[in-house]
Design a protein around this ligand. Sequence first.
Ligand code: 5GP
Ligand code: ZN
Length: 113
Amino acid sequence: MDCLFCKIVAGEVPSETVFEDDAVLAFRDINPQAPTHILVIPKDHVASAAELEDRHAGDLVAIFKAAAEIASAEGIAQTGYRLITNIGREAGQTVFHLHFHLIGGRPMGWPPG
Ligand code: 5GP
Ligand code: ZN
């Protein structure tokens, strides 16, 4: 499988893991856009949120629960944070393995540019 994040899941590409369970891996983004910038991904490959099927339901709940736990551990649960998933080229998706950016630790504007 020629997928960067599958290689990170397999341990073939190093990453700074902050959370792991049976379904989910979370690791620090290599190019952080905020004091906390963590990628939360399903271990099972799916290209984007547009490709989700019924069988992925459990993975999604696990991802959102993991994100809340990580936000608490990072000390940003009270101040707030974003969970963002980019879908496709114009949205800025560059890695085609579903991932949620957990971004926090600074104020953020809206709408995104
Ligand atoms: P996207 O642009 O697809 O929404 O997000 C991909 C993210 O993956 C980017 O924020 C980018 O910095 C991050 N990224 C790309 N390659 C690596 C890598 O090898 N390791 C880590 N930890 N993050 C990566
Ligand atoms: Zn993958």
